[in-house]
Write a protein that binds this ligand. Structure first.
Ligand code: PMV
Length: 330
């Protein structure tokens, strides 16, 4: 038997962040989160189930992947093989159209594309909700890269209740995300270990207890396109996640001098009336979110800052999608 499918998915940027799990194996998060898919960046993944293979194989951007990455991919494939009631191994080839080693998280787009391609190759007919649940088990934020546009991930309490859904389509709000690279260094502690450290911070309980309030404010501001309220809550949520990171044992310090320079600049630009805010994931680089009308002004101002190494520009993106179903001899 040989069956192949190719799928693509965008990464996403969380406005209300996911940090810490109530179940690490199933990746049931401690709190709900809200994000936007990033048009302009994507992962394309080809999965071929092939009876001739003795083991799963993984090629990332043309290079054979390390043990850790292959294990994570195989465990998602096992879940999908169980659903299809087969045991056939697969060859997975995954490419990002964005530069690797820049600290831009690719696990969300990678596991979303892997899920859609694998399920399609095996001829399984799953709903968007089921795809999101499966992608979540590979990488939590991947659950949010299955649906399109602006997406909310219901934390839930078990596998069935934890999945993401669109709350508004990409065309709902003309936002621009400038990903501002201040460092090309590879981050020392990735989110896999980071989630496991969250509960060692005395601040995590407080962050989680207040998460529904922040989510409600953010969702409403987004649906009503109220940028000032949106900006305040997005920055607060990012700062609260980094407070947890910095007070974990051991502490995680992701910010660098360049990060702080740009955080301060964004605050003063907003005080001058420019609709822009920042949010920062598990690394030193920033995402500056602004209204499209203000994007030229933001870009000009960024050009004058010495710590800016490079900038990627994204707009609200669609759902994970299929490129090539090609099923033979199942
Ligand atoms: O899905 P993971 O395990 O890569 O975790 C993502 C964590 C953050 O990017 C820091 C926050 C988020 O909600 O995307």
């Amino acid at each position: 038997m040989r069956s192949t499918a190719k799928a693509a998915a965008h990464p996403n940027i969380a406005f209300i962040k996911y940090w810490g799990n109530r179940d690490n194996d199933l990746r049931i998060p401690a709190n709900g989160s809200l994000s936007m898919n990033l048009e302009g960046l994507e992962t394309q993944t080809t999965v071929s189930f092939d009876s001739a293979l003795e083991q799963d194989q993984l090629v990332l951007n043309g290079e054979p992947a390390g043990e850790g990455a292959l294990e994570r991919v195989s465990s998602l494939l096992d879940r999908i093989r169980n659903l299809a009631e087969i045991n056939t191994r697969a060859r997975v080839m995954s490419e990002n159209n964005f530069p690797t080693g820049t600290g831009i998280a690719s696990s969300a787009s990678a596991f979303a594309a892997l899920t859609l391609a694998s399920v399609t190759a095996l001829g399984l007919c799953l709903t968007e909700k089921e795809l999101s649940q499966l992608a979540r088990t590979g990488s939590g934020s991947a659950s949010r890269s299955i649906p399109g546009g602006f997406v909310e991930w219901q934390a839930g309490t078990d596998h069935d209740s934890s999945y993401a859904e669109t709350i508004a389509p990409p065309e709902h709000w003309d936002l621009v995300d400038f990903i501002v690279l201040v460092s090309r260094e590879h981050k020392k502690t990735g989110s896999y270990q980071g989630h496991r450290l969250a509960d060692t911070s005395p601040l995590q309980k407080i962050r989680v207890a207040d998460a529904k309030r922040r989510l409600d404010i953010c969702r409403k501001a987004l649906l009503e396109k109220d940028f000032p309220t949106f900006a305040e809550i997005v920055e607060l949520d990012s700062n609260m996640m980094h407070s947890v990171m910095m007070t974990s044992t051991p502490p995680l310090y992701y910010w660098q001098p360049g990060t702080l320079e740009i955080m301060a600049a964004v605050q003063s630009w907003r005080m001058e009336g420019l609709p822009v805010c920042f949010t920062i994931d598990a690394g030193p680089n920033l995402h500056l979110i602004c209204l499209k009308d203000a994007s030229e002004a933001v870009k000009r101002k960024l050009g004058a800052l010495i710590n800016v190494k490079s900038i990627l520009t994204c707009t609200p993106g669609g759902p994970a999608y299929l490129l090539e179903p090609e099923i033979t001899g199942v």
